[in-house]
Every structure is written in C-alpha cells, then in structure tokens.
Design a protein around this ligand. Structure first.
Ligand code: UD1
Length: 419
C-alpha cells in the first residue's frame, strides 16, 4: 500500500547485482573449493538458486546477510528437475556450470519473467560448438560431451545469458574459446572477473570479443559482486519521479551513463561522485524518446520504469523496446492510474498527463512491479499493488529502502492475493 505524493529525500544504498549473483552462485559449482561471495543481495532469486544448489549436493553458509560461502565439493549429480527450477529463468546457468564440471547436465527448461518468446538457441549453439550433444526432451535440456574443446562461436544475437553460459562452460574446456558478438553488460564482466579469481583465463569481457583459454581446474576464491545497475536506475528514476533529492550510494556511475543522460534530457539534475550519484528534480519533467538496447544502451529492464516516469512529463514521449518482443503488458496497469499511453508493436507513445491517481494495480513481472511502486509514489491518493512476490525476486527489502527515503509504503498480507 502506498500513499503517493511524498518527495523522496536522503540516501539509499544499492545492493549487489541480482543478475550477477544468479550466474556467479551456480558458477561456483565449477570448483570443489570454497567460494566466499560478498555483496550478495538478499532477494528471492538468490535464495532460490541457493536452494537448487543445495538440492544438487552443495552446502553453503550465510556469513552475514550479504556474504555467502559455498562449498560445491559434495555435488555428485548433474540433474536439476523441473520442480526445483521452474520458477527461475536464470537456472539455465546451472547448465553451463554442470556441463563444465561433469561434462554432462540435465536441467529443466526455465521459468522466470514472461515478456515474449525466450529462445535458448544461442546457448545451444555455443554448447554444441564446445563439443556437447544437446537435446531437449520432455522439457529437459539434456547435454553430454566426451570432452569440451575450445572453439570460435559467433553469436547471432547479442545475448547476456548465452554469453555468460558459454563462458562458464568454456573455462574448463581444452584450448581457446572465442565468443564473438558477445554481450557487454556489467554483469558479464563481473562473471568473468569472478571466474578469473577462481583461476580461469578470460580476456576481453566487456568488449564484443571474449577469449577464454581453458584451464585444468579452478580453486577457492573470495569475490565481491558489483552493485546492481537496475536497482540503482530504479532509485534514480524514483527520485526524479517524486521531485526529490536522493543520493544513490554504492554504485558504479559509469554503468549508469545511459540513465543519467536520459534524466538530464528530462530536466533532472545529476551529480556524479566516485561511487554515488545524486539525483534531484525541482522543475517540470520534459518529454524524451528512449530506445532500449544491449549495454551500453538504455537497459530494457528499466523500460517499464522510464515509461512510468514519462507519464507526467510535458508533451509526447516515445519509448521503443529494442530487446524483448512483448514487454508492455504492464501498460494496462498504468492506465488504471490515469496514464495516457498507446502501444503499437514495440513502441509506446506516452502523452503526458498532469497527474496520476491512486488505484488497485498488479505487478505483471519483476521490473513492471518496480514501475508500479514508482507510479504509486507519483500518484495522488492510495495505490494497492498485488503480486508483489515478483518484486521480491529482485529488490532487496524494497519497502524499507523506499520508506527510509520518506515514502509512505507498507506491506500488507492480502487474503485474496493472486500467485
Ligand atoms: C538477461 C537479464 C534480463 C534482461 C536481459 C536483456 C538475467 C538473469 N536476466 O536476460 O533481466 O532483460 O538480459 O538485458 O541476467 N535470444 C535469442 N536466443 C537465445 C538467447 C536470447 O534469440 O539463445 C534473444 C532474446 O529473445 C532477446 C535477446 O536475445 O530478444 C536478449 O536476451 P538475453 O540477453 O539472452 O536475455 P537473458 O540473458 O535471458
């Protein structure tokens, strides 16, 4: 429940990156050593992946709220059934990790957020190039290789998941793997840095071409995750949406360039520090056009949030979704709050309105859920958001963080909550 209209002011600490965590935790299974991972966000997706790893035979210890030590020495099996992976799309990283370690893997097809078709052909292409026989039977991704051998792999589309998955599988392959047209997202670099700290030999992560020279084995390490680019962007836009003044701390400002640039275009003041960004808005919001693209472009995961922000900007804005084919399902919910948005294919046209009004809405997926929080903060009156289990997948203690900035937000248990 959110009572809107409050300015957000103060400081917020950004957690570790969810999308790095859900890859790095399973990648820790590549070694029989112990991996101590710091700055891990305390979110449902992390708990879920840890539970899957435990069921595979790994043990872990929570040293504190954000530090986890993983011991994968007890993992003896490479099969992850549908029942344990169904709610988590990123469980596909288990495929790369188990294939790398055991040269075989059998993992049920992923669930996760649904915004259109989510093919895995580029993952398959990469694993096959490394020498695995791949089949898809009764919803299980089934792979086996006598041995994995390095190869040149050209990605037909820029895929974060496929780039990371192939990198994870290739670190223990024989010889050199070259991934061309690789994704350059900050968490791709983070996974490469983590693997290198275990003893892998990966060069070029963060550019279009990644070179992985296989090594015989990997060992223990201590590694701290990068801050979450999307959580940081969410709070930056929330500050702008509420006409507030917020210092967003524990960030890498470079990862936020596309977001800062768009906010400046909208009339928002941005001040950059070494590891923080101050976001302040006192005037009206200007219209803007946005196209989502792979990094370093504007991130698709912030698309629902920037559309929300633009609902009360002066004039007509256009937002084009350049990554997913169907990521505007949440627009109906914004309309319930009074937004004037029309969608045609992958483009949303937003006519700025003077204000939003509180209503009952639901989170249709993780980032759309965050967009609902921001819309509710902007709206006059009370907004009730249901299906917040989606938000808990990826945002750490969300109501605490917004509450500390002055939002009037509380979590209520609803009898009639949809699942
Ligand atoms: C990751 C993020 C997700 C984000 C997305 C794009 C995680 C856990 N999730 O998802 O939040 O929205 O990156 O930044 O990190 N594609 C293919 N074939 C494939 C794989 C992908 O055609 O084998 C296409 C997809 O349909 C999509 C595009 O490539 O159009 C990008 O997908 P990808 O980068 O793989 O997204 P994910 O890794 O699933």
């Amino acid at each position: 429940m959110i009572n809107g209209g409050r300015r957000l002011c103060g400081e917020v600490d950004i957690s570790g990156a969810k999308n790095a965590a859900v890859a790095i935790l399973p990648a820790a299974l590549l070694t029989k050593g112990r991996c101590r991972i710091e700055n891990v966000p305390d979110i449902k997706d992390v708990n879920h992946i840890l539970e899957i790893m435990r069921q595979l035979g790994a043990t872990y210890e929570k040293i504190d709220r954000n530090t986890i030590e993983i011991d994968g020495s007890g993992v003896k099996q490479w099969v992850a059934e549908y029942e344990i992976v169904k709610r988590m799309r990123a469980s596909y990283y288990l495929v790369g990790a188990l294939l790398g370690r055991f040269k075989k893997a059998k993992v049920a097809m992923p669930g996760g957020c649904n915004f259109g078709e989510r093919p895995i052909d580029q993952h398959t292409k990469g694993f096959e190039a490394l020498g695995a026989k791949v089949s898809l039977q009764q919803g299980m991704f089934d792979l086996e290789a006598e041995k994995l051998c390095g190869n040149a792999i050209y990605m037909d589309v820029v895929s974060v998941g496929a780039t990371i998955n192939i990198m994870i599988a290739a670190v223990l392959a024989e010889g050199l793997t070259v991934i061309e047209n690789a994704a350059k997202e900050p968490h791709v670099v983070d996974v490469a840095n983590f693997l290198n700290s275990m003893g892998a030999n990966i060069k070029g992560a963060g550019t279009d071409v990644i070179r992985i020279m296989g090594v015989e084995e990997l060992g223990s390490c201590t590694y701290a995750l990068i801050p979450d680019q999307i959580e940081a962007g969410t709070f930056m836009m929330a500050a702008a949406a509420s006409g507030g003044d917020v210092l967003v701390k524990n960030v890498i400002p470079k990862h936020l360039d596309a977001i800062s640039a768009k906010l400046v275009e909208m009339g928002v003041e941005i001040e950059e520090y070494d590891d923080a960004i101050r976001v302040k808005r006192s005037g009206v919001l200007h219209k803007a056009n946005v196209k989502t693209l792979p990094y370093p472009g504007f991130p698709t995961d912030l698309q629902p949030i920037v559309v929300t922000l633009l609902t009360t900007a002066e004039g007509t804005s256009m937002v084009n979704e350049g990554v997913w084919e169907n990521r505007f399902q949440y627009v109906d919910e914004l309309r319930r709050l009074g937004a004037n948005i029309s969608v045609s294919g992958r483009t949303a046209v937003i006519e700025g309105v003077s204000k939003l009004m509180g209503a009952y809405v639901k989170a249709t997926d993780l980032r759309a859920g965050a967009a609902m929080i921001i819309a509710a903060l902007m709206a006059e009156g009370t907004t009730r958001i249901t299906n917040i289990q989606y938000i808990d997948r990826g945002y750490e203690h969300v109501e605490e963080k917004f509450g500390k900035l002055g939002a009037d937000i509380k979590r209520e248990k609803m009898e009639d909550e949809e699942c």
